[in-house]
Design a protein around this ligand. Structure first.
Ligand SMILES: Nc1ncnc2c1ncn2[C@@H]1O[C@H](COP(=O)(O)OP(=O)(O)OP(=O)(O)O)[C@@H](O)[C@H]1O
Ligand SMILES: [Mg+2]
Length: 276
């Protein structure tokens, strides 16, 4: 079953900027998909179409096979939750706990269930100590964590993440990515995540969609997409650092490297072969 499909989707902003120009994507249920691309390539616009905040000028968005136009607004917001790129677009309650509770309260859950969801969402993003703090007193990275907690508290089937790791400290990036990957594996939640962090991609992401000026430039497994560094450069991206190092070892130092390693684990295996 497909969780999300976009069929020949076009979108322009009111000022005439053509942000998406014929997007076709198909994301199976339970996949962890990454959307990559330079600034202005259309990532945020695409995510806003996938959650129904924007409507395509042409083409169709399908959620679990159903046209998004025919899905009731509340049902859509319960099924598909988004962590926005900018926390200011998402957080509006006076305190952290109130903000996270907003979605579950609107779903009509019992007071105890709401309390439980807020507690476990805050624990998941390691922000339990901040439950009663005012939102405006948080740092940017802490606000990002609260945004994610708000999404987790909804317990949705599909989670869209717009650059969730930007401005997190390095330990936070690893712990949040591991948390998301566990939710993906254990609960089968489908993820679509936009990111500029190419080094995260081969570790956590099953499939990569590269946007370039509003079109899908590449779509496939990280190994396939990252095999052509020239195409990546033209989409304002780069290879993960590990892959770049091995590309230099191959092209400039003449080492025989069959499969370009993209993660520390893969590099370790390749180095053991080179040194044996
Ligand atoms: N509200 C808006 N009004 C007009 N044009 C917009 C608006 N928002 C985005 N755009 C334009 O649409 C195009 C796609 O923007 P979008 O925000 O989707 O890019 P992005 O890939 O998310 O970029 P970034 O990596 O900087 O977040 C850009 O040309 C941008 O200038
Ligand atoms: Mg964006």
């Amino acid at each position: 079953m497909k969780a999300i499909e976009a069929k020949e989707v076009y979108f322009s902003y009111p000022d005439g900027t053509a942000a998406l120009k014929g997007i076709n994507i198909s994301i199976p249920k339970g996949e962890f998909a990454g959307v990559l691309g330079g600034n202005g390539s259309g990532k945020t616009t695409l995510l806003r179409l996938l959650n129904g905040l924007l409507k395509p000028a042409k083409g169709d968005i399908l959620i679990e096979g159903k046209n998004i136009k025919s899905i009731d607004r509340d049902a859509l917001f319960t099924k598909v939750c988004t962590m926005f790129q900018n926390p200011e677009d998402q957080l509006f309650s006076p305190t952290v706990a109130q903000d996270i509770a907003f979605g579950p309260v609107n779903m009509g859950l019992s007071r105890e269930e709401v309390r439980q969801r807020v507690r476990s969402a805050l624990a998941a993003v390691e922000m339990s100590d901040c439950a009663q703090r005012p939102i405006h007193a948080l740092s940017f990275g802490q606000k990002k964590r609260v945004c994610l907690a708000g999404v987790l508290a909804m317990d949705p089937e599909i989670i869209l993440l717009d650059e969730p790791t930007s401005c997190l400290d390095p330990a936070g990036v690893s712990s949040i990515m591991r948390l998301l990957k566990n939710l993906n594996k254990q609960k089968g939640i489908t993820f679509v995540m936009s990111t500029h962090s190419v080094d995260l991609v081969p570790v956590f992401i099953d499939r990569v969609i590269i946007l370039d000026k509003g079109i899908v430039a590449q779509d496939g497994a990280p190994q396939a997409v990252f095999s052509d560094s020239d195409k990546l450069k033209s989409a304002k991206l780069r290879l993960p650092h590990i892959g770049h190092l091995f590309e230099v070892l191959k092209n400039e130092d003449g080492h025989n490297i069959e499969h370009l390693p993209l993660t520390v684990g893969e590099a370790r295996q390749e180095l053991k072969k080179l040194w044996s």
